[in-house]
Design a protein. Structure first.
Length: 389
């Protein structure tokens, strides 16, 4: 059996630029004495991200949750929003804070994104939008979703927290729908420590979003609507400017790590790679596998705990389903019988250690541990079978 790692192998590590580069850029902030409220660093980062993501309209926020929350506020959504139960809590929490009722739709078994074929049956006269989540970098069925939205005159919002830089058929992922939220949390491929952005199609939303994220202020003595404080500050922006310079190299490293994982996992029964996209089609945000308990010989939860004994830390991401939160249990759409695929996926998915500084030998060793754990399981199953017979 493989020995445990001497140092912990965590699920992720933040992408950090050279400290001297950050320090140099920070001196500009100190000299300007301009720390927030649309400073020069924030303005520069916004321009650079527009170019990198190939979007016309983009607004920066202090985090992705507030970006999504205020984005839906800007769209004046009412009533019900059809969404997925298989997502991070922030997605549905943004609905809650807008007094919107989620209508949970089951997910596609291959991509784990919202199942576009099941959306139409959930639409009522209260439906105002579809909120899709590009899960682990796997894009939603954007064409089908837009077709449904056009038919019923619905808005389409995407939680793109996992899809920084992703393209679909050579089009930037934010080209689809009315609005896409990006997260710049420290765990993301691109980070500003904390942060987020909205890419949106309607140029007319720019001013409204600027008001919403700045207390509703249109001027020093003019409050035009009820807003929040959700502005990105200059320190965050400096971090983003420097991190953006090294994202390309990080993507290349993660591509190689992904290949190492795939090569070593291919022959282990019961393991399926869920994040198979590559190059411009992939965000390289996570490397996620699915464990079939019957084929592997034991459950995802068992593997998750066993790997800890080897100093390897994974994540049951996403777990639990958002539909299982107690304040949603009264909803018909939240009932387990309506979410068969999601109920299965939430018990099988495991996010593996994945970041550029993770060396190939460590990845290969993790895979060997998984293979050995399977062999132990298989031996126990055969032994039990003999004893039973």
């Amino acid at each position: 059996m493989e020995s445990s790692f001497k140092e912990p192998i965590f699920i992720t590590r933040p992408l950090l630029p050279p400290l001297e580069n950050v320090t140099s850029k920070m001196s500009e902030v100190w000299d300007s004495k301009w720390l927030t409220n649309n400073g020069m660093q924030q303005q520069r980062l916004e321009i650079e991200l527009k170019n990198y993501l190939n979007v016309k309209h983009l607004s920066l926020f202090t985090n992705g949750t507030l970006a999504l929350l205020l984005g839906m506020k800007a769209l004046d959504l009412k009533g019900e929003v059809i969404t997925t139960p298989f997502t991070f809590p922030a997605t549905v929490q943004a609905l809650d804070w807008n007094n919107l009722t989620p209508v949970f739709c089951d997910i596609n078994p291959d991509t784990l994104t919202i199942d576009a074929t099941k959306i139409e049956s959930l639409i009522t006269d209260k439906t105002s939008a579809i909120l899709g989540v590009h899960v682990f970098g796997n894009p939603c069925d954007v064409e089908k979703i837009q077709s449904i939205a056009d038919k019923y005159h619905l808005k389409v919002i995407y939680d793109g927290a996992h899809t920084f830089g992703t393209k679909i058929n050579d089009k930037p992922i934010s080209s689809f729908g009315d609005m896409t939220m990006f997260s710049f949390h420290a765990t993301k491929l691109f980070n500003t420590v904390e942060g987020g952005a909205l890419a949106f199609k309607d140029k007319g939303l720019a001013e409204k979003l600027n008001h919403l994220k700045n207390f509703g202020l249109a001027g020093p003595e003019e409050v035009v609507l009820s807003g929040l404080n959700a502005k990105m500050n200059e320190i965050q922006a400096v971090m983003g400017i420097e991190v953006l310079k090294i994202v390309g190299k990080e993507r290349q490293k993660r591509h190689e790590i992904k290949k190492t994982y795939e090569k070593n996992l291919a022959h282990i029964p019961g393991i399926r790679v869920l994040t198979s996209l590559e190059n411009e089609n992939s965000s390289y945000q996570y490397f996620v596998i699915e464990i079939d308990e019957n084929e592997y010989g034991n459950s995802r939860d068992w593997i998750h705990e066993e790997l800890k004994k080897f100093n390897v830390f994974t994540r049951k991401y996403f777990y639990p389903l958002c539909s299982e939160f107690h304040w949603y249990q009264h909803l018909d759409s939240a009932q387990p019988g309506n979410l068969i695929v999601a109920q299965k996926a939430v018990q099988q998915v495991l996010s593996m250690p994945y970041y550029g500084d993770l060396d190939a030998e460590s990845v290969s060793k993790i895979c060997r541990i998984l293979e050995e754990l399977h062999s132990v399981n298989l031996g126990n199953i055969k032994k039990d079978k003999v004893l039973f017979e």
